[in-house]
Design a protein around this ligand. Structure first.
Ligand SMILES: Cc1ncc(COP(=O)(O)O)c(C=O)c1O
Length: 391
């Protein structure tokens, strides 16, 4: 039997420009956070029209700092979705806070604004609502910000997937009180590991600047470049060590310049998938919409029409050379969450259903034509072969 060629789940688009940027920084003699990180922040802030953008070593750190800056800590809770990566929740737990969950909506993967409203009415300890723009499709931010505003609660967007998600109201990640982007290896632009926090309030920006560097009042770069005594500094509160080094920031600057072209390619591939899959009743295509960044392509299967389930379908895809992933295993299915909270699948019927029926297909800007075709034909042929009610 001829083995099918394999389609990787993801490959970053890195070229000569990124290589040269890394070399430039290495040769400069300044490796930690300095002028490159500053420039990356300024360029990113300009791109998304945010008054402040603060580079950090991951979105996880970014979420933690944004939450801390908005008063999340012991005795408070954050409200988020179970249909997200673990660190959306553990960022709050590491601060001594607890997590409450609202289900996703029936039509997509994002938190249900009506469920958020109910939770805000029932509980007065919610310090921040943390919507997640799953796969890069923006949540209903108008509704969420209105509800949170009435409740006196901050909105911290988990925009890890959502660059560049441009909506009529502005970029996702700049619509709440704070927004946090990820530049992890598979994200829409990457620095290998990294993140960016966007905030409007200058005092919050100042606080986060200190939090990411031990709570020190003057970043090393300032001490090095200012003409005030460079050996003096004060630690104003206990902080963390989560700054983004210049080598990574330099890669980020190049990637930022390529972001629009990456986005156009991702969207074109995603739309080809959806057009190809739309005619088959055993598949469901993900929602499209205003500002979708298409970080992930979340394909739904309809197990009732198939002789296999999600994992079975996944194994067949893998055997046919298509690497897949899973977004997300909801928190109520994970051991850490079960140990901490008593949650039931039946409390989150939409998240449970999506978990049971969703697979993530390869989607990256440099996918070759044959790869895109192979993904499409393989998904359809597996679905047809497994179809229960043959026409
Ligand atoms: C929704 C979501 N939030 C947060 C994160 C954490 O990002 P990072 O790896 O940059 O910490 C991820 C990572 O994949 C994610 O998917």
């Amino acid at each position: 039997m001829i083995k099918p060629r394999s389609v990787p789940f993801f490959k970053p688009s890195l070229g000569r420009e990124e290589e040269e940027a890394v070399l430039r920084v290495m040769r400069s003699g300044w490796l930690t956070t300095g002028s490159e990180a500053r420039a990356f922040e300024d360029e990113f802030a300009r791109f998304v029209s945010s008054p402040h953008a603060l580079a950090v070593n991951s979105a996880t750190s970014g979420l933690m700092h944004a939450m801390q800056a908005f008063g999340v800590g012991s005795g408070t809770t954050v409200l988020t979705t179970p249909y997200t990566f673990v660190s959306t929740a553990t960022a709050a737990i590491h601060l001594g806070a607890e997590v409450r969950y609202a289900d996703i909506g029936p039509d997509g993967f994002n938190i249900d604004p009506a469920a958020v409203d109910r939770a805000l009415e029932e509980h007065n300890d919610i310090r921040a609502v943390v919507p997640v723009h799953v796969a890069g499709l923006p949540c209903d931010m108008e509704h969420l910000c209105r509800s949170a505003g009435k409740a006196g609660t901050a909105v911290i967007e988990d925009a890890a997937h959502a660059f560049p998600s441009k909506t009529a109201a502005g970029y996702a990640g700049t619509l709440g009180d704070a927004g946090v982007f990820s530049f992890y290896a598979t994200k829409t632009i990457t620095t290998g590991e990294g993140g960016m926090i966007c905030v409007r309030d200058p005092d919050i920006a100042q606080r986060i600047t200190r939090l990411r560097c031990h709570g020190i009042d003057r970043p090393v770069w300032d001490r090095y470049t200012s003409n005030k005594a460079d050996w003096l500094y004060d630690v104003t509160e206990e902080g963390w060590k989560t700054n983004l080094p210049d080598v990574l920031a330099a890669i980020g600057r190049v990637q930022l310049g390529r972001a629009e072209s990456f986005f156009e390619k991702r969207r074109a591939i995603a739309r080809r998938f959806s057009e190809a899959f739309a005619g088959y009743d055993f598949l469901t295509v993900p929602p499209d919409g205003d500002g979708h960044a298409w970080h992930l392509y979340l394909l739904g299967i309809v197990p009732e029409l198939l002789n296999t389930d999600r994992d079975g379908f996944g194994h067949l895809l893998r055997d046919a050379g298509i690497s897949i992933s899973l977004h997300f295993i909801p928190h109520f299915e994970q051991t850490w969450c079960k140990k901490r909270y008593t949650l039931s699948r039946s409390d989150f019927p939409h998240a449970a259903r999506r978990y049971d029926t969703t697979l993530t297909l390869p989607l990256w800007p440099d996918m070759k034509e044959w790869m895109i075709d192979q993904v499409i034909t393989t998904v359809i042929s597996i679905g047809k072969a497994q179809y229960r009610r043959r026409p």
